[in-house]
Design a protein around this ligand. Structure first.
Ligand code: UD1
Length: 353
C-alpha cells in the first residue's frame, strides 16, 4: 500500500515522527513523505528531522509565506501534480494548518482516501485559520483519528460517524519515546535556576497581528517578568509583528531566544515553573511535563486541561492576575490516552489495506 504523508509546519514534524516510526514496522506499506515547505527556517523545520531521527522528505515543495489563499492555492496545484504522479491509496494529514487543508482537498478531489490525525477538535474564534482548516478537513476525511473524548463528542454532534476512531494523542507517544533524550541543560546555558522560570511561546494571528492586543499581552507578560524570569522562544511571525509595530522595547525584561528544537524545548520545560503559550501542541506538552500553562486563547481545542484546572485561558488584560493565582498540585493522568496512539492508527490503516 502506498501512503503519502504530508507535513509543512513545526507541530506536524513532531507528529509525523512517531507515526512514521510505526508505519516503518508494517510490511507492505510504502510511505512517501512530502514537506510543503510552509516552515523552512532550520530551527522551525530541518532541526526537527535531525533531532527526531526522521527520514528526510521525499519531496519538498518549497511553498511558504504569502496570503492564505496564495499559499493554499499553490499547495493545491503542486500536491495534485504529485498525487497524480505517485498515485497513493491514502493520504495522511495532521492537525489544522494550511498544509493540512491543501492536502485534504487535493486528495478528496482525486478520490484518494484522507486520514486525518487529530480529528474532531473544535475551537473559537470560528474564523481563525486553524479552525477553518480542521473543520473542512474532517468533513472530507475517510479516517478520523481522534485524540480526546471531547473530540469524539464534537464529531457526533456534527453527525460525523463513519471512519471515526478514538486513538489518543500521538504527541503523547512521541513525548514518552523521546523523554530520555530531552536536552535538560539549556536552562543553565541561559543562566536560569530550575523551577524558577517561565517558558513562553506565542504566534497566533489573533494575539500578534493586532497592535493593541499585542501591546496588552506584552504589558501583562512584562509585569510577570519582573517577578520571575521569562524565556520567550520567539516565532518568526511574532518577531516580525513586534518589529513592525515598534514594540521591541517592551521585551526588555524578557529573555528572548530563537525558536528551539523539540528536545531543547522539552528539556527546558521539565525544569520550568510554568508556561505561557498559545500553541495547541505546547499547552499539552506542558501538561505531559507536569507543568501548568497560562493559555493565551479565548478558547482551546484541549478543553479538558482547563476543566481539570491544569491550564487557564487568559488574555493580556488578565494574565498577570492569573499568574498570581497559579497553584501547583497533582494532575489527572492519561487524559490523552496511554501513549499508543500511533500504534493504533497504523493498525487500523493496515487492517484496511
Ligand atoms: C502555522 C499554522 C499554525 C501552527 C504554527 C506552528 C496555519 C494557518 N497555521 O502558523 O496552526 O500552530 O504554524 O508554528 O497553517 N516563517 C518564517 N520561517 C519559517 C516559518 C514561517 O519566516 O520557518 C514566517 C512565514 O513566512 C510567515 C510567518 O512566519 O510570514 C507565519 O508562518 P505561517 O506558516 O504562515 O503560519 P504560522 O504562524 O507559523
Amino acid at each position: 500500500m502506498k501512503i503519502m504523508s504530508i507535513v509543512g509546519a513545526r507541530p506536524q514534524f513532531v507528529k509525523e515522527a512517531i507515526v512514521q516510526h510505526e508505519l516503518n514496522k508494517v510490511e507492505g506499506i510504502n510511505e512517501i513523505l512530502v514537506h510543503t515547505g510552509q516552515h523552512y527556517d532550520e530551527n522551525m523545520s530541518g532541526s526537527f528531522f535531525e533531532t527526531l531521527s526522521m527520514r528526510k522528505p521525499d519531496y519538498n515543495l518549497g511553498l511558504s509565506g504569502g496570503s492564505h489563499g496564495k499559499m493554499t492555492g499553490e499547495m493545491l496545484i503542486a500536491l495534485e501534480e504529485l498525487m497524480l504522479k505517485e498515485s497513493p491509496e491514502l493520504v495522511i494529514l495532521y492537525g489544522d494548518t494550511n498544509s493540512t487543508l491543501a492536502g485534504a482537498l487535493t486528495a478528496a478531489k482525486l478520490k484518494i482516501g484522507v486520514a486525518h490525525i487529530e480529528a474532531g477538535l473544535r475551537q473559537h474564534p470560528k474564523d481563525m485559520p486553524e479552525e477553518i482548516n480542521r473543520v473542512l478537513t474532517d468533513r472530507i476525511s475517510k479516517y478520523l483519528f481522534v485524540p480526546s473524548e471531547w473530540g469524539m463528542k464534537n464529531l457526533e454532534a456534527e453527525g460525523i460517524r463513519e471512519g471515526v476512531h478514538f486513538t489518543g494523542d500521538v504527541m503523547y507517544d512521541i513525548f514518552l519515546k523521546m523523554r530520555p533524550t530531552f536536552d535538560k541543560s539549556y536552562h543553565s546555558e541561559l543562566g536560569l535556576e530550575p523551577g524558577k522560570y517561565i517558558v513562553m511561546t506565542m504566534h497566533r494571528d489573533f494575539n500578534v497581528d493586532d497592535r493593541e492586543t499585542l501591546t496588552e499581552i506584552l504589558n501583562g507578560v512584562g509585569r510577570i517578568a519582573r517577578e520571575i524570569p521569562i524565556v520567550f522562544t520567539i516565532h518568526p511571525r511574532t518577531k516580525a509583528r513586534i518589529e513592525e509595530f515598534k514594540l521591541s522595547s517592551m521585551l526588555k525584561d524578557i529573555l528572548v531566544v530563537p525558536p528551539i528544537d523539540y528536545l531543547k524545548l522539552m528539556g527546558l520545560t521539565q525544569h520550568a515553573y510554568a508556561a505561557i503559550t498559545d500553541s495547541g501542541g505546547y499547552q499539552k506538552e506542558t501538561y505531559f511535563s507536569g507543568k501548568k500553562a497560562l493559555v493565551l486563547m479565548p478558547d482551546t481545542s484541549w478543553i479538558e486541561l482547563v476543566d481539570e484546572g491544569i491550564n487557564v485561558l487568559v488574555s493580556g488584560a488578565d494574565i498577570y492576575d492569573a499568574f498570581s493565582g497559579l497553584k501547583t498540585g497533582d494532575f489527572k493522568e492519561n487524559i490523552y490516552g496511554s501513549g499508543d496512539a500511533a500504534k493504533r492508527i497504523v493498525s487500523i490503516i493496515s487492517q484496511n489495506i
